[in-house]
Design a protein. Sequence first.
Length: 275
Amino acid sequence: MVLKGKTLKDSVTFEGIGIHTGEVSKISVHPSSRKGIFFYKDGIEIPALHRFVVNTLASTDLGKDGVVIKTVEHLMATFYLLKIDSAVVEFRRGNEIPITDGSAKVFYEEFKRVGFEALDHYQTLFVIKEEFEIRPNGNFLRVKPFEGEKFAFEGYFPYIGLKRVEYLGTPTEALIGARTFCRMEDIPSLWIASLGKGGNPVNTLPLSYDLKYLVYSAEPAYHKLLDLIGDIYLIGGRVVGEIFSFKGNHRLNHQLRDYLIKKCKREEFVSAKAI
């Protein structure tokens, strides 16, 4: 598998509330010919790479030189699903990616609206060559060789039951549109931890006995899959292989990235200009 570098044709701006801070944020995503995703906040450049992860509790946050940017996983997942490997994300207000409707849909549709441009480099690939597992506390992540890209998530959700969903290289409406979620009884503890201040019925799926709020029957599982993809993209390239998560979370996804970097074969291809 060989992929040319890819960026946007034009800049796109998003403004809205942050799911955890509850404050209004504004970001602009700009085209870039430079390989990699880079965030800019207060004059500080933060590469979208695993070594800059500073928090994995309820979101994935990056930080450098005292500057922290929050909740990057949905935007990173959108970049992965659209095969974008080059972009600049400028924070113009706040320090959290706007939650929009709680899914990747708004990012995905806006990026498709402005279109894409092929670049002169090739994307970095991490090729899984051997099978291995991480098994902490009843959860686990299993990785094994696969011809192509395969991400899968399985988990049990209150009132919904056991659900398994997959991504095989082509984004589905359910994956793109799956919203963040929480159990109604968890809301007070989130607030005590100064989290979820921007949550509301528009951007957060409430898990309760009343299933009328579900847009997709496996919506929570699809959202966990979206988080997995966004978190893993912080490895700095695309994964060739299969990743299966059972009841995984941001913390476990972060642990897996460390294993992937050590165990995968990293493939860099000569730029198109040099051929």
